[in-house]
Ligand binder design. Structure first.
Ligand code: NAD
Length: 469
């Protein structure tokens, strides 16, 4: 755990291992339920107000410090999550962007003024955003730094306190980041980290009376378990995705192939907003597949710490084996392997599979691996039906030059965001992010996450004739 700014080893430890060779890269405390209860009570007791200018300044200083330590954090991400160094550096950049935007948005958190004509006379109401209290953040293994920052930065901007529980598979960059944030000027009483096994500490984290809100990113199954236990408490759920990239007949196929490769293969496909399905109109599917396979073959596998390596590892061998099994199942049901799919431990060469049936587990469920499955469709209607056929609804990308077709898709797709001439993986800290259906509840994106972490208080004043005062 990290409490009062100090990392504590605890009575028992958990080893953190590198996904490729299993080498131990660090240890964290295996906190007990009692430890977690103590941390939550301590953080709740220490709640205080900190002027917004100081919170904003700490976030801005943290962005600067993190940028200065880009290499150190990138290496930590590579060590614990198996992300290749090139992509780990981009993750640090994204985290810096989220901190900078949170520093700005903290200063723009304002309410509304409302004139009311009530029976007893005119009134003026105004609203203010008060911090929700203590936020509990539970984060996944993928992008282990940025997934923590997208929860911590808005919480601090909102004036809340936060207790983070990072994934037991990749907790080191979280601890290092929280130390950095405190070093950047955030009072240590506002933030703590607990580490350990979810089977041991999950329940106390989400049922403690000291927690006012749970913000969770992870799988649908864990999200549903948390929702069943959480009771009457605020929750923000960022769950799985199954992002379609829809390529219509008039699309620029070079751009489509570039976006499909970037969205499907980045961080070995372990991204909730990645391209999980390339839905292509039949008439252009063959040339698109050819271009996409060419992009896939260009990507270099190799030493993850070599800055020229493009392909990341999956989080462990079991995860990679699951992806491999799903590919084999798709092939046994008629899919054609165009390239890739060779696996060594947790690393798989980027795989392009053509003619994948929409009902295969590979695409009906979220597959966290470097696979670009092509689903061929006759027309726009079938593209919409296939895109909407899963339980997920996070983001979609559409490639066409035809505005009416795009607008039809923008209306018909049941997702949180539809990106024109971009993939489902389009990302900016300035826009809302979140899903519909089983992909989640509530919105991140810095400005929206800050509001989720506040409660609106309304103050009513007399105003004008008959209103008193
Ligand atoms: P996971 O659900 O296994 O674990 C996520 C976190 O929940 C971990 O910290 C884990 O320790 C914790 N956890 C597990 N069981 C718990 C319990 N009973 N109580 C409390 N905490 C518990 O997910 P994962 O495998 O780490 O991450 C991959 C998943 O995350 C994928 O489904 C992916 O799509 C999703 N994800 C979603 C987004 C998004 O923003 N929508 C972003 C990244 C990842």
């Amino acid at each position: 755990m990290l409490l009062d700014g100090v990392v504590r080893a605890g009575n028992q430890q958990l080893a953190v291992v590198h996904p490729v060779d299993g080498a131990v890269v660090g240890h964290v405390a295996r906190d007990s339920p009692n430890d977690v209860a103590h941390v939550l009570a301590h953080v709740a007791r220490a709640r205080s107000e900190l002027p917004v200018e100081r919170r904003s300044a700490a976030l801005r200083a943290a962005a600067t410090k993190l940028a200065d330590q880009r290499e150190r954090f990138a290496r930590l991400i590579t060590q614990e999550a198996g992300t290749c160094l090139k992509e780990a550096g981009r993750e640090v950049d994204r985290a810096c962007g989220n901190l900078t935007v949170a520093a700005e948005e903290a200063l723009r958190l304002h309410g509304e003024a409302l004139r009311i004509h009530a029976t007893g006379g005119d009134r003026l109401a105004f609203t203010i955003h008060e911090p929700v209290g203590v936020v509990c953040a539970i984060t996944p293994f993928n992008r282990p730094l940025n997934q923590v920052v997208v929860k911590v930065a808005p919480a601090i901007a909102a004036g809340a306190s936060i207790v983070v529980k990072p994934s037991e598979l990749a907790p080191l960059s979280c601890l290092a980041f929280v130390e950095l944030l405190i070093g950047a000027g955030l009072p240590a009483s506002f933030i703590a980290v607990v580490t350990g096994l979810p089977s041991e500490i999950g329940e106390v984290l989400i049922t403690s009376s000291h927690v006012d809100m749970v913000t969770f990113t992870g799988s649908i199954e864990t999200g549903e378990r948390i929702m069943a236990q959480i009771g009457l408490r605020r929750a923000l759920m960022e769950l799985g995705g199954n992002g379609p990239l829809i390529v219509l007949a008039d699309a620029d196929l070079d751009r489509a192939a570039t976006l499909a490769a970037a969205g499907a293969f980045a961080t070995a496909g372990q991204s909730c907003r990645g391209v999980k399905r390339v839905i292509a109109i039949d008439s252009i599917a063959a040339p698109l597949v050819e271009r996409l396979a060419a992009r896939a073959r260009e990507l270099r596998c190799g030493d993850l710490f070599d800055p020229s390596t493009d392909v990341s590892a999956m989080i462990n061998v079991a995860a990679a084996e699951r992806v491999e099994r799903r590919c084999q199942d798709a092939i046994s049901r008629g899919a054609v392997r165009v390239c890739g799919g060779e696996r060594q431990g947790p690393i798989m060469t980027p795989c392009v599979l053509d003619r994948v049936s929409p009902t295969c587990e590979l695409v009906a469920e979220e597959t966290f691996g470097p696979v670009a499955p092509i689903l061929r469709v006759r027309d726009l209607d079938e593209a919409i039906a296939v895109a909407n056929s899963t339980r997920y609804g996070l983001q979609a990308g559409v490639l066409t030059r035809d505005l009416p077709s795009f607008l039809r898709l923008a209306r018909a797709l049941r997702v949180g965001a539809v990106n024109f001439d971009e993939g489902p993986h389009f990302d900016s800290p300035h826009i809302p992010f979140g899903g519909v259906k089983r992909s989640g509840l509530g919105r991140e994106g810095v400005r929206w996450a800050i509001r989720e972490m506040t409660t609106v208080k309304t103050v009513v004043l007399p105003w004008g004739p008959g209103g008193g005062g």
